[in-house]
Ligand binder design. Structure first.
Ligand code: SAM
Length: 211
């Protein structure tokens, strides 16, 4: 939806390359060693690289932006457990199931209908007992309702030429349950992703596909 916005950012290579607190939390709380992981919307690859360094068996990391994926493919071509792919994660074909589907700050970039498609895809493409790990902007986020409302997409706004849709926390958890996920952890609070001296409110959810 916002591909040119991201391509432009990646062409400047100005993004933070340290792993996010969410990735570190996943490594710590779930453990990634020996596991297969797919990251949806990997951006500059910082979290995928963190999982690979933490001895994941295989990390597939997809993003829609050719420029950042080509750079990452070139830079990490010798790293056997890292596979960067240029794909639209809202229309992925089914694959060999993963242990973990990870998505940070990406579900708010797509429409509600696309989000539902992605959740169903995750359910089909996780192993039994596999985990879905999501961090995303919700309606308690400080810039909810700031900007131009998007016609036909409630809770979505354009601010500085950038689309964001703010998830309703309870409705999102209910959507996951309706897709047969069990919620292991769900909070909407500050402290998840402090950035540039600001500590905004975000949703973090870890859910399991039942055994
Ligand atoms: C806010 S950035 C987050 C990057 C990374 N997950 C992180 O936390 O550093 C959102 C990323 O999702 C990607 N993205 C958004 N919609 C996408 C889609 N439909 N398919 C693939 N990538 C997408 C964008 O290109 C961008 O790189």
């Amino acid at each position: 939806m916002d591909k040119n916005y991201w391509k432009n950012i990646y062409s400047k290579q100005s993004e933070d390359e340290r792993p996010s607190l969410f990735a570190l939390n996943v490594v710590e709380s779930i453990g990634v060693e020996g596991k297969s992981i797919i990251e949806l919307g990997c951006g500059n690859g910082r979290d995928a690289i963190c999982f690979a360094n933490a001895n994941a068996d295989k990390v597939v990391a997809v993003d829609q932006c050719e420029n950042i994926i080509e750079l990452l493919q070139h830079r990490y071509q010798q790293v056997g457990n890292l596979d960067f792919q240029c794909r639209d994660f809202t229309c992925m074909e089914d694959s060999v199931p993963f242990d973990i589907v990870y998505s940070r700050f990406t579900l708010h970039s797509i429409s509600k209908a696309q989000q539902h498609k992605v959740i169903l895809w995750a359910c089909r493409n996780l192993k039994n007992g596999g985990r879905l790990c999501i961090e995303v902007r919700g309606q308690k986020n400080e810039i909810f309702k700031v900007g131009e409302p998007v016609e036909g997409e409630p809770d979505a706004f354009i601010l500085n030429d950038h689309y964001r849709r703010f998830l309703n926390f309870e409705a999102f958890c209910e959507e996951l349950r309706s897709c047969h996920f069990q919620i292991d952890y769900a909070e909407e609070q500050k402290g998840f992703a402090p950035y540039n001296g600001q500590d905004e409110t975000y949703i973090r959810v870890i859910a399991s596909r039942p055994l």
